[in-house]
Write a protein that binds this ligand. Structure first.
Ligand code: PEP
Ligand code: MG
Length: 589
């Protein structure tokens, strides 16, 4: 039966594929594709793990003290029966053979199928057996983890060459932590759907950076979609269509082809200089999350990296955070890949919806700090971990010997933070000099992403060489809207007059002070805002590499002098979006 599910459109385009359902509680299980030849071996892993658990349960039952309640033995009987039911391991083996899932993934996929059947049972006693099934499966998953030495507790990014199947796949989950999402980069998944998340949650940002259609905040999606269902993800409308009829499918396939043609046309602009009709040169920079992204940035026509989110090097590592040398290698790799173009590395922005450990938004909100976005995040966390922070600064400075590095400090709000940061940088430099390590003097910039920073810009400009406006957080903190919360996503409004005023003032003041200013939040990569930002005087945009071509197209068609004349009409309007459409004339605005 065809079902439509509505959510938030966060990454444009159309994806059509079979659903791979990953329950958030089991996202921690290894998920990767095996090659077809390994299927028999993988099924042996599965049956060995089942036999190990069977032996475990039998021993437990055997060792029960004579006075143990009868129910305990009966419960173990139920667990043994479920364990040996052909609907569990034998059915999981089919996922291995047919879809080439690894054993853990196959088993959790089958658990999802069975759990749903239990949920639909009329009989309450039988329905409650779902918990037993989950417990038994957890035991088998634990046995599989032991077999693989315990290092499989991550979602391994499936690469196209790992995938033996022919049908496209899309990922459906209640929630995907940014740390997991990053592992899906350049994987086989053609689209993403999650129950939770807002338009600029980091999960959505990573999806956009992959240029893969995504719908988040689709509340019931992971409940309504079943393993292996055919689904269409309409990333423009924010709709997911489950089990679409042939005519709908054909329509979407047609749109997919059209989008592909448009994309190919835009790609021809990749290496065209971004100069407006009135001759203003505009810098098109890239946002990257890993050193490997640098090559994609260059290929997309970026003239530098405006934001390297270094925190992605720190996530999912347990206590094993990257040390100075490992970071140095990563920064140097990015710098070398950019072939002399500038690389702006942001000091670690851990916290809020980017925790160090792999936690779902639900866990973050309910089991950790009440308000992580207002907590120990970004520069606050770095200053609370001085030796980690100095190691990161040293690694960045050392990379500066190999190309043009700039350091960017996230979430600055207090002058005391500025002072401590600059002191830490001086200490890092002294330490490098003492140990004879080469580095050059680097420019240091502040992210303007807290209203306080925008309002005290004059003071900040006395300490920093450049500023970069983080509109994602600036909107979140100005409007008091959790950017990751789908319940308030409708209030997350980049067009809010207060937000526009803060951005316009920041650009104007930085320019007046002779300091470089760019925007590296999602607004920079959204063509809806290109003309408005140009009108405000912005000449440096930093965005996901794939957005460079469309934004450049808007730049090439713009006349900055003419746009600037209409700016005040937009800023003074109660309806800035409508005013922008009328005064700036951008089709999308
Ligand atoms: C921002 O806040 O706009 C930004 C670029 O940083 P992040 O999205 O990583 O918080
Ligand atoms: Mg930010």
């Amino acid at each position: 039966m065809t079902v439509q599910i509505f959510g938030l459109a966060v990454a444009k385009g159309v994806a059509i594929g079979r659903a791979v359902l990953v329950a958030s509680g089991r996202v921690d299980v290894a998920h990767y594709f095996i090659v077809a030849d390994q299927a028999a071996e993988e099924v042996v892993r599965l049956t060995c793990a089942r036999d190990e658990v069977s032996a475990e349960l039998t021993t437990l039952q055997h060792d029960l003290p004579s006075d143990a309640p009868h129910e305990l033995s009966a419960l173990l009987d139920v667990h043994l029966m479920l364990l040996h039911d052909e609907h569990l391991v034998s059915a999981a083996a089919r996922w291995v053979h047919e879809r080439h899932y690894n054993a853990e993934w196959a088993l959790s996929a089958q658990l999802e199928v069975l759990a749903r059947q239990f949920d639909e049972m009329e009989d309450e006693y039988l329905r409650e057996r779902k918990t037993d099934l989950e417990q038994v499966t957890e035991r088998v998953l634990a046995a599989l983890k032991r077999q693989s030495g315990g290092d499989a507790a991550r979602i391994a990014a499936p690469k196209p060459q790992d995938f033996g199947g022919e049908e496209p796949l899309v990922l459906v989950a209640s929630d995907i932590a940014p740390a997991d999402m990053i592992q899906f980069k350049r994987s086989v998944f053609k689209g993403f759907v999650t129950d939770v998340g807002g338009p600029t949650s980091h999960t959505a940002i990573v999806a956009r950076s992959m240029d893969i259609p995504a719908v988040v905040g689709a509340r019931e999606a992971s409940r309504l979609i079943r393993q292996d269902d055919w689904i269409v993800i309409d990333g423009d409308a924010g709709v997911v269509i489950v089990d679409p009829p042939p005519i709908v499918l054909e329509e979407y396939r047609f749109r997919q082809r059209q989008l592909q043609l448009e994309r190919e046309k835009l790609d021809r602009l990749r290496h065209t200089p971004a100069i407006t009709l009135d001759g203003e040169s505009v810098e098109m920079l890239a946002n990257i999350e890993s050193p490997e992204d640098a090559a994609y940035a260059l290929d997309a026509g970026a003239v530098g990296v405006g934001l390297f989110r270094s925190e992605f090097l720190f996530m999912n590592r347990g206590n094993d955070l990257p040390g100075e040398d490992e970071q140095f290698e990563a920064y140097r790799a990015a710098v070398l890949a950019m072939k002399g173009l500038p690389v702006t590395i942001r000091t670690v922005d851990i916290g809020a919806d980017k925790p160090l450990e792999r936690l779902s938004l639900h866990e973050l909100r309910h089991e950790h700090s009440l308000n992580p976005a207002l907590g120990l995040r970004a520069i606050r966390w770095s200053l609370a971990e001085p030796s980690m922070f100095r190691a990161q600064l040293r690694a960045m400075l050392r990379a500066s010997a190999f190309g043009k590095v700039r350091i960017l400090v996230p979430m600055v709000a207090h002058l005391s933070e500025v002072r401590q940061t600059l002191e830490a940088l001086q200490r890092a430099k002294q330490q490098l000099r003492a140990s004879g390590c080469a580095f050059v003097d680097v420019e240091v910039g502040a992210m303007i992403e807290v209203p306080a920073a925008a309002l005290m810009l004059d003071s900040l400009l006395r300490h920093f060489d450049f500023v970069s406006i983080g509109t994602n957080d600036l909107i979140q903190y100005t409007l008091a809207i959790d950017r990751a919360d789908e319940h308030v996503a409708h209030l997350y409004d980049p067009w809010h007059p207060a937000v526009l005023l803060l951005i316009a003032n920041t650009i104007a003041k930085a320019r007046a002070a002779g300091r470089a200013v760019s925007v590296c939040g999602e607004m920079a990569g959204d063509t809806l805002f290109t003309r408005l930002l140009l009108a405000m005087g912005l000449r440096s945009f930093s965005m996901h590499p794939r957005q460079i071509a469309p934004v450049k197209q808007s730049v090439l068609r713009a006349d900055c002098a003419r746009l600037a004349k209409s700016l005040s009409a937009v800023l003074q309007s109660d309806e800035p979006q409508a005013a922008a459409r009328a005064a700036l004339g951008e089709a999308g605005a």
